[in-house]
Design a protein around this ligand. Structure first.
Ligand code: DQA
Length: 151
């Protein structure tokens, strides 16, 4: 499997940004989290990570993923989750199975807009509230999804 992790605006600052909400781990700790959660299954995948603060660059990267043969997306679009018809339109056509991830539990957050996702309907599912662990859970979900599709 070829999985691309895509992080949107302000997610480059995780570890420093509001640790009470988003946790104190940075994405440099993601490889260790994935190894712990995936165990031997990690050998079945190749994965890369991309982050941008810019909506159009995220679309460019997702389009590039199609050409690269990426067959699973783990997407934390940050605040663009709640506002971006642009990203929703992109996910609607690229046809790559995508899991929506949020570090925080968006359902328990104060601002009602955080309970809205324009991208959710284009994803196979979502994970919210487990910090970096949620990315590992998204990998597992994608792997199960792929094996159920091929079996
Ligand atoms: C987030 C939740 C969003 O509401 C917020 O705008 C983010 C991060 C999360 O990972 O919890 O930037 O996607």
């Amino acid at each position: 499997m070829n999985i691309l992790v895509v992080n949107g605006p302000n997610l480059g600052a995780i570890g420093r940004r509001q640790p009470g909400i988003y946790g104190s781990k940075g994405f440099d700790e993601l490889p260790g989290v994935l190894t712990r959660i995936l165990g031997d299954r990690e050998k079945q995948i190749r994965w890369r990570i991309y982050q941008s603060n810019h909506e159009g660059e995220l679309v460019d990267r997702l389009e590039q993923a199609v050409d690269e043969g990426v067959n699973g997306l783990v997407l934390n679009a940050g605040a663009l989750t709640h506002t971006s018809l642009v990203l929703a339109d992109c996910l609607a056509w690229i046809g790559i199975p995508c899991v929506e991830v949020h570090l925080s539990n968006v359902w328990a957050r104060q601002e009602p807009i955080r309970q809205t996702s324009l991208i959710a309907k284009h994803c196979i599912g979502s994970v919210s509230g487990f910090g970096l662990t949620g990315y590992g859970l998204a990998f597992l979900a994608l792997m199960e999804h792929m094996s159920s599709q091929s079996g």
